[in-house]
Design a binder for this molecule. Structure first.
Ligand code: F6P
Length: 373
């Protein structure tokens, strides 16, 4: 009997998704004689039964393409916006799974997708996932595909900012994506030789940052590049955010929950202006002109790097092998030189932060980079 597998891509897109779809599909069809169907726009495609065949022809010519040929969304199966209501659509997903006689569902995504996939596996579906995200924050894998490409783009941006900052004797504060973790800002900051690197994992003191820039001026360097992760927080804001998050998770009554949720949302909204605020503070505190550059979605777009194509192809082809062996409820991860399946319950709901004693952090300090602490 033919094995039927469904594939979807969920969460923010990331370079390497098409390479992964191709890796899973080509190995599944060519090596194991499976039948492959793609569901469109993440978990919503499963709810709506929107699908397309992923045969050899559809899988051809997509290795180098950015984005995802399947489309994506941030929809959650158990809390999906349908019209003006949020509904649990898990049963509709199970129905589509059964209608297609699927033997396995492959979900390609980041932290949120791992959580959603785990919930579906608890409902009895044979789920297997691959870790993708430019943030590199998925637990239990050394790396995620998409990260290397984004790292290259952000590093290139820092390189380019150097010459203009140098010519104008300015500070340039460059905001780098990464959600609540600092892998991308740290990696690009280190590779691009940023003078200051600010991460969510190390709350910063603006006085320290200003002093590091003034020290550079005293030594004849009249420009500075500050690489700041989008989730970086000052020493004052970090405890406020921590308290607001705790208040939300500890709230017991419905009213308390709603109040805490609104307070957290308000605080998060105000923190979005962090990069601009820091730039203005540094201008006042150093007397140098300061500019900001927010790299944004340019870091997620375009063709995947060679390393991401390789990684996505390795993980995708290994995934087909795990399906053939009947290994479900797992994420296909990289650990050292190996590709290994790890149980989804060890991944779901976890975040891989930058350890504050990580080698990259140590190296940054040793080359004299200010980390704001
Ligand atoms: O998770 C990838 C990511 O690019 C994060 O770095 C960023 O915080 C978020 O997605 C942006 O999401 P969206 O594309 O939905 O605005």
């Amino acid at each position: 009997m033919t094995t039927n597998i469904g594939i979807l891509t969920a969460g923010g897109d990331s370079p390497g998704l098409n390479a992964a779809i191709r890796g899973v599909g080509k190995a599944a069809i060519g090596e194991y004689d499976m039948h492959v169907v793609g569901f469109q726009n993440g978990f919503r495609g499963l709810v709506q039964n929107r699908h397309r065949a992923l045969d050899s022809k559809a899988l051809s010519g997509i290795l180098t393409l950015g984005g995802t040929i399947l489309g994506t969304s941030r929809d959650k199966p158990h809390k999906m916006q349908i019209g003006d209501r949020q509904l649990d659509m898990t049963d509709a997903i199970v129905e589509t799974y059964e209608r297609h006689h699927l033997n396995a569902l492959v979900c390609l995504g980041g932290g949120g997708t791992q959580k959603n996939a785990y919930r579906l596996s608890q409902k009895g579906l044979n789920v297997i996932t691959l870790p993708k995200t430019i943030d590199n924050d998925v637990a239990m894998t050394d790396v995620t595909f998409g990260f290397d490409t984004a790292l290259g783009i952000a590093t290139d941006a820092i390189d380019r900012l150097h010459s203009t900052a140098h010519s104008h004797h300015r500070i340039i504060v460059c905001e780098i994506m990464g959600h609540h973790v600092g892998w991308l800002a740290l990696g690009a900051g280190l590779a691009g030789g940023a003078d200051v690197i600010l991460l969510p994992e190390i709350p910063y003191d603006v006085d320290r940052v200003a002093e590091a820039i003034r020290a550079r001026v005293r030594s004849g360097k009249r420009f500075s590049i500050v690489a700041i992760a989008e989730g970086a927080l000052s020493k004052d804001d970090a405890p406020r955010l921590k308290a607001a998050r705790a208040a939300k998770s500890n709230a017991s009554s419905k009213e308390e929950k709603a109040t805490a949720k609104a307070a957290l949302a308000e605080l998060e909204r105000s923190l979005k202006g962090n990069t601009l605020r820091l730039s203005q503070q540094l201008e006042e505190m150093t007397g140098l002109e300061s500019r900001i550059t927010i790299l944004g979605h340019v870091q997620r777009g375009g063709t995947p790097s060679a390393a991401d194509r390789l990684l996505a192809t390795r993980l995708g082809t290994a995934c087909a092998g795990f399906i053939n062996a009947g290994e479900y409820g797992v994420m296909v991860s990289v650990q050292g030189d190996n590709v290994v399946p790890v149980a989804l319950d060890a991944v779901a709901g976890k975040t891989k932060y930058v350890p504050v004693d990580h080698d990259w952090v140590k190296s940054a300090r040793l080359v004299g980079t200010c980390l704001g602490d």
